[in-house]
Design a protein. Sequence first.
Length: 436
Amino acid sequence: MDPLKKLFQEKASKLKAEIKATAKEHGSTVIGEVTLSQTLGGMRGVKSMLWETSKLDPEEGIRFRGYSIPELKKVLPSTEDCKEPLPEGLFWLMLVGEVPTQEQVQWVSDDWEKRNKVPQHVYNMLDGLPKDTHPMTQFILAITAMQTDSVFAKRYAEGMGKNDYWDATYEDTMNLLARLPVIAAYVYRKTWKDDEHFEADKSLDWAGNFAHLLGYGGDADFKSLMRLYLTIHADHEGGNASAHTGHLVNSTLADVYLSYAGAMTSLAGPLHGLANQEVIKWIVEMTEVLGTKTPTNEQIAGYVQATLDAKKVIPGYGHAVLREPDPRFTAQKIFAEEYIKDSTYTNIVWQLFEVVPPILGALGKVKNPWPNVDAHSGAILMHYGMNEYSFYTVLFGVSRALGVCASLCWSRALGMPLERPKSMTFESLKAELNLA
């Protein structure tokens, strides 16, 4: 048994026993209250999931196993020539709750390099799609097509016992994470770069090799960006649409491939991960309407107001939980200030940061007028030449797999049940309120 799997088994066995004892003693204790607004408003804020890998605080933002993003940048291992944390280290932290050593992170990199061979039929399937198929559709189909290699599905068909579900889920997780950059880069190069592909560079880490496969391996700064990007997008507790979808699908004992494909269909929605595509599209359209790439704050304010007057949202602003600027936005801003402070679109993003919150705040009905993670990422990618913004959500998807798949391992190790909330008709709701 490999060292990470062994450590995970030890941690999961201990927590499973503790959860079982706690549920037996305190199972009838009330820990939340559901209001009518929550029932009718998408179950917003209902405490109904166990999610070990991260927790979202409305004021502080995301914490991965208790560590904020600035703290992660200090404690997680990095490469000798880069200050950004290695995503492999974050995966180790999320899976077992311990900050890994440099040697442990190197082991993960090496293990994923050994597992990253994609079946030929997946490439054949992608090659048969129309060239204008959306990158997220291609990505989802490729994930689903790789399900033919699912260890969980094979062992389950052979009669695997419940106590081994976690082991098979772990194997599928490690295989899927190893292959995602290969698949994502193939989609990118197939769609926009005339099917000119690169062989994996075995000397590089997971994110560095992803940059190489995308065709940006010669830019050390872009490799640094990928390490940061894949770290900060990795998880956002379990209630967001993509994480929750993956959890829900997996609760049926669907394997990691099918579960994560489901998660990605949620991420592809405009109200979730597709927002990063919408932000940069909106910014580009603004510069075209204004006739300048160096607008004044007053010009930007006018365009923002015109957008609101047209009953449209300002993409990249607001968040379902956060009530302060998203730390993931801040992390990207810090990166941009160091590496690309003279970038055209980055400067516009910073102007929006000055202009938009006061306008939204003055409306009196916006709970969070601050930028979220999507407000910045597209501008940085545009600077490095990745102008194909319909691909941005695929990058998000590669990163989000780290947290979601780690959590799927925990769900199976803890024996989490089939998720089955109770639905109600409106008539029964009125009866509950004595309005019938």
